[in-house]
Design a protein. Structure first.
Length: 181
């Protein structure tokens, strides 16, 4: 076995560099669930790789996987400008999934408040068959993108998350209102 070869799933991959191999193997890892990815990475740690080789492989894999997530993100998200325009025109439903203490700092006018922690108990409040897109917003987009994934698993289709979230909304000085009690 060549020192720059990598064995994955019983196959030998001769490569000129481990970085190149990470780029090749990331194509299959883009669709891998987190637990499967953990086991793949665990099996890599049992290979006889030097610390430098493993570092280079992990760097390449990380860069490749970030490209995968950016592709998925762009398909599932909308810009802040789009969200504001559609909400104000009445063509979209905006659901703020931040927690009540965050809502107290101000919300977009017309947003429906549904804290992520209460999601399971309040699913009926989320339109499942709407002619309007449902836009999810949180503070930065982390919780809204996670909420999108969870709702998609439950069959919701007309969903997107808002890039930048309320932190960017506030940074731009866009209007917010106090939530209704």
């Amino acid at each position: 076995v060549h020192p720059n070869s990598l064995v994955q799933n019983g196959e030998l991959f001769p490569t000129t560099s481990l970085y190149d191999q990470a780029l090749v193997s990331s194509r299959t890892l883009c669709d891998t669930k987190p637990l499967q990815l953990f086991f793949t990475m665990t099996s890599l740690s049992t290979l006889a790789l030097s610390r430098r080789q493993l570092s280079i492989f992990v760097l390449g894999l990380g860069l490749s996987l970030s490209a995968c997530s950016q592709t998925a993100t762009s398909a599932d998200s909308v810009t802040l400008e789009f969200a504001r325009t559609e909400l104000e025109a009445g063509r979209a439903i905006l659901i703020d999934v931040r927690e009540p203490d965050e809502h107290a700092t101000g919300v977009a006018k017309g947003a429906q408040l549904l804290p992520m922690r209460q999601l399971g108990a309040r699913l009926a409040e989320i339109p499942s068959a709407s002619d309007k897109p449902v836009l999810l917003i949180c503070n930065t987009q982390n919780r809204s993108s996670a909420t999108l994934s969870a709702l998609r698993e439950r069959g919701y289709k007309n969903l997107r998350f808002v890039q930048g979230g309320m932190s960017e909304w506030n940074r731009r000085g866009w209007p917010v209102v106090k939530p209704k009690a």
